[in-house]
Design a protein around this ligand. Structure first.
Ligand code: 8YV
Length: 311
């Protein structure tokens, strides 16, 4: 019998796919403390790792034969690509399969924040409706919607926003060829010309904290910030300050600087809608993501081209 390859997995995959993985490989579960000694013994032979979030350097260093990291997610800001490059480690991610879900959540935030959906739900449940009228909200259609990062997810958001008669404009590293939406070369100018600003860019050294006081003030007291990308793209203390001082109208946030911790000031604000980094969290999408993770691994071990390589 041919020995199975070891695959180190950082977190469980969606039901069904974890079982598929375990049938095909000798899986070592990083979240399961009872497998720590197995990991110690197997470390020199591990060639593949399935990552979900940040990998400690000492873990990578303990895997001298690591040859592929198949990341469960499109964002790869938590992977040390320099380390991977230096050690000839291939890296794959899961682009495209989650575009719809993440774009849906951005639109959901736009609607929920502007139309006070969470408050309205609470208003009915708590019985306040029988005593008073629900305060008026703000329109979510016919707005100027700025997208920071018009990549695959940004485009899916733009397409949806158009069906709400929103006027789309964008900012990014460069103007996209073949795209007719107005391009702003300065993020603060896009913000100044937007009612809703959606953050949909990757987290890099260049984008860290780029949404700070200047951008938030440009968006202004009637503006809505939506972040479905990565927490640290937004300077969270500047965001909290802007909301506390009512210099920003509202926010829809799926991601935070120090997940799963959320600044306590946000918890009591009814112009803020919060979500636990759940942009891709549907059965269908998590299944498609896991399948892509597995298909990249299978391709690697079969010596075939990787499906969605980063490195
Ligand atoms: C999560 C995401 O990372 O794809 C991404 O970049 O942020 C999300 O899909 C995913 O849940 C972690 O596996």
């Amino acid at each position: 019998v041919q020995k199975k390859e070891y695959v180190l997995v950082q977190a469980p995959m969606v039901l069904g796919m974890q079982e598929d993985l375990e049938q095909r490989y000798d899986v070592i579960r990083l979240w399961d403390d009872s497998q720590a000694s197995l990991l110690q013994d197997a470390a020199p032979y591990v060639r593949a790792l399935v990552s979900f979030h940040k990998l400690p350097l000492h873990l990578l260093e303990s895997l001298p034969n690591l040859a592929i990291i198949s990341n469960h997610g499109v964002g790869i800001d938590h992977i040390d690509l320099d380390y991977c490059c230096r050690h000839g480690i291939r890296v794959t991610n899961t682009p495209d399969v989650l575009n719809d879900d993440v774009a849906d959540l951005a639109i959901l935030f736009m609607l929920a924040v502007r139309r006070h959906l969470c408050e309205a739900d609470q208003f009915v449940r708590s019985g306040q409706w029988v005593q008073q009228m629900f305060p008026l909200a703000r329109k979510a259609s016919g707005l100027r919607l700025g997208i920071f990062g018009l990549g695959r997810i940004g485009m899916a958001i733009a397409k949806r926003a158009e069906s709400f008669d929103n006027i789309v404009a964008y900012h990014g590293r460069s103007k996209k060829p073949g795209v007719s939406y107005p391009f702003y070369s300065k993020l603060s100018e896009l913000a100044a010309n937007s009612d809703v600003l959606v953050v949909a860019c990757p987290l890099t050294e260049d984008t860290k904290h780029i949404v700070g006081k200047e951008v938030l003030d440009a968006l202004g007291p009637e503006g809505t910030l939506i972040n479905i990308a990565r927490g640290p793209v937004v300077d969270e203390s500047a965001l909290v300050e802007a909301l506390v001082e009512k210099r920003l109208g509202g926010a829809g946030l799926d991601v935070f600087e120090n997940e799963p911790h959320v600044p306590k000031e946000l918890l009591s604000m009814n112009n803020v809608v919060l979500s636990p980094h759940a942009g891709s969290a549907t059965w269908e999408t998590r299944h498609a993501m896991a399948k892509l993770v597995l298909d990249n691994l299978h391709a690697f071990f079969a010596g075939k081209p990787l499906l969605t390589p980063i490195l």
